[in-house]
Design a protein around this ligand. Structure first.
Ligand code: BJ8
Length: 383
């Protein structure tokens, strides 16, 4: 299935300049822009304070060499690419995306070691606020602690914007984000058919825009895409149904899904932060909004959490729901959390009789051929 089949996808692909102009206009009107790197930062609080937000996770190779002047080489490419883009702004011949230089504040989070140490360096370039994320999600103390952290974030956002975050505004933003989550569920439901109407590469490109566009623009695109995807008449060719599980694939990084689909597989779901983890659970609209946010966000099964059995349960549930025939376990080089979790996940999948292929890679293309050979063999085994 090619990107050009959906006009809405073309619009999404071409949305960069429009979004940058929108931010420039907002800034002229005094609106603040917050940069984020992670799903644990609740957008709802940022929006309720009247600020806009944009994701700063880098998925491109070209700023990594800049980051390596400051950071060790043996940390994950996502951290290096992001840091390189921010530090680079206006300093070298490499052209970073301009939105990296537009944020008034970064709201970061203590997750993996690479990220949290990188944030310490970022402070020299842009105001950086870090949420202290408790990492034992099942303990009641952790929830209480996280709730206090979210109240502190609310205070920081009020200070940044000069606006009060009201309960009404929070509820409105929660409803709006839940609406996005519902639209994404509807889109993912279409992928349960055989074959699905949308390729995994296309779906990833949609997901990479989730935290880049404003929520209204993103929802508009999702509605259009849903309409178009429902019109697709599926041909009857079955392809091996693959789920990707692991590290996020930030904007610019589509290497592995492209290889899988060029070799004849079809990706039907992504258990990742550029997939189901970002929208699967809604925020409870019947509760106090701050508590409901804390409860929802602390449950995100990132590998920084311990224990993280919730992630294994989710993976197994997704394999059943999407009738997955094989899992490609994707880790970025030097991402220890996801790399170590691979063992238990492989054991769980083995028990469920679902084959798994582990791929560890970076943002370069130097290993593309070798990955292609391994994917070929994996798909052949599945068919
Ligand atoms: S909630 S996955 S977005 S932290 S790949 S930087 S984990 S060493 S991106 Fe993440 Fe939030 Fe977790 Fe999601 Fe570290 Fe691994 Fe790099 Fe990672």
């Amino acid at each position: 299935m090619k990107l050009q089949q959906f006009n809405s996808l073309n619009d999404l692909q071409n949305s960069y300049n429009t979004r940058v102009s929108q931010i420039l206009d907002e800034r002229k009107m005094g609106k603040k822009l917050v940069g984020t790197f992670c799903l644990f930062v609740p957008d709802e609080i940022i929006f309720a304070a009247g600020a806009d937000r944009i994701i700063l996770c880098g998925g491109k190779d070209d700023t990594i060499f800049i980051a390596e002047q400051y950071l060790p080489r043996n940390i994950c490419p996502l951290v290096k690419s992001s840091f390189g883009s921010i530090v680079n702004n206006g300093r070298s011949g490499i052209k970073s995306c301009s939105h990296f230089g537009m944020v008034d504040m970064i709201v970061a989070e203590n997750t993996c070691d690479s990220k949290k140490k990188m944030y310490e360096l970022l402070r020299d370039y842009v105001s950086t606020y870090v949420i202290d994320l408790p990492q034992r999600p099942n303990s009641p103390e952790a929830l209480k602690y996280f709730l206090v952290e979210l109240y502190k974030l609310k205070d920081a956002m009020e200070q940044l914007t000069g606006n009060n975050v009201t309960v009404e505004q929070l509820k409105k933003e929660i409803e709006s984000s839940n609406e996005t989550r519902k639209l994404l569920h509807r889109l993912y439901n279409l992928r349960k058919t055989d074959p699905p109407p949308i390729s995994g590469v296309d779906m990833l490109k949609v997901m990479q825009k989730q935290y880049f566009l404003s929520t209204e623009e993103f929802k508009k695109s999702l509605r259009k895409l849903l309409y178009e995807a429902k019109q697709v008449r599926a041909n009857l060719t079955h392809k091996p149904r693959i789920m990707i599980s692991g590290c996020p694939m930030s904007g610019g990084n589509t290497k592995v899904p492209e290889i899988i689909e060029s070799k004849g597989g079809i990706i039907v779901a992504e258990e990742s932060c550029t997939g189901t983890r970002s929208f699967w659970d809604p925020v409870d609209e019947g509760k106090d909004p701050m508590l409901a946010l804390a409860e929802r966000y602390i449950k995100i099964p990132c590998s920084c959490m311990s224990p993280n059995d919730r992630r294994i349960d989710n993976i197994l549930e997704l394999t059943r729901e999407f009738e997955v025939e094989g899992v490609v376990y994707y880790t970025l080089q030097f991402c220890h959390g996801y790399n170590i979790e691979k063992y238990r996940i492989q054991q769980a999948l083995k028990k469920a009789e679902i084959p798994m292929l582990a791929i560890e890679t970076d943002y370069s293309n130097s290993d593309a051929e070798q990955i292609g050979l391994r994917v070929d063999a994996f798909l052949e085994m599945l068919s």
